[in-house]
Design a protein around this ligand. Structure first.
Ligand code: HEC
Length: 158
């Protein structure tokens, strides 16, 4: 990807995240943070997959704070993926990010139906990009069971 495109893409994708409050002590010291370029796209996608599941269960339980937190991380992860993937079709990344932004808005309104509709559209945009990237055999769906049993998700938030 050309540098100018990467910068443009980064700023487009980061604007929804910029509104969120950063976790105070999750900021790396300058120069010592992880080097995203050393992470493969497939590895970043595994993180996105885990959070896609948490987003579903947090949204269904209306745990709005957790939902907002996971959405910010997926948005960051997608930005990192876009930086790594040369020639990535920008509209496929911004398309996914638009549904993340819709879910954040739904979380702000405590709108369960709005959340479910945006989640379904996000899942479709995962698969649209997999088709474009020649990995359509990686088919994402709405989770059927929560894979993480070591984290509580509070009905109605906390
Ligand atoms: C902009 C394009 C794009 C978007 C959007 C995208 N993916 Fe991917 N994804 C890919 C590509 C390309 C690969 C293959 C990467 C590789 O093997 O190097 C991949 C691979 C994966 C994998 C396989 C990882 C593994 O090791 O098993 C999973 C799981 C995955 N994506 C989940 C998701 C989920 C969930 C979403 C939506 C929230 C999503 N992806 C959105 C492009 C995308």
């Amino acid at each position: 990807m050309k540098r100018a495109t990467a910068i443009l893409l980064g700023s487009v994708l980061l604007c929804s995240v910029a509104e969120s409050q950063p976790t105070p002590f999750a900021q790396p010291q300058s120069g010592s943070g992880p080097n995203w370029s050393q992470m493969s796209l497939g590895n970043i996608m595994l993180l996105i997959q885990a959070r896609h599941a948490k987003i579903w269960y947090a949204g269904r339980a209306e745990d709005w704070s957790l939902l907002d937190y996971e959405l910010n991380h997926v948005s960051d992860d997608l930005t990192a993926a876009a930086m790594l993937y040369r020639e990535i079709p920008v509209e496929l990344v911004t398309g996914a990010d638009r549904h993340i932004a819709r879910m954040k808005e739904a979380a702000g309104r405590r709108d369960a139906a709005g959340f479910q509709s945006a989640f379904s559209d996000l899942t479709s945009s995962c698969n649209a990009c997999h088709a474009a990237g020649g990995v359509s055999f990686i088919h994402i769906q709405t989770p059927t069971a929560m894979p993480f049993t070591n984290q509580s998700i509070q009905s109605g938030g906390r």
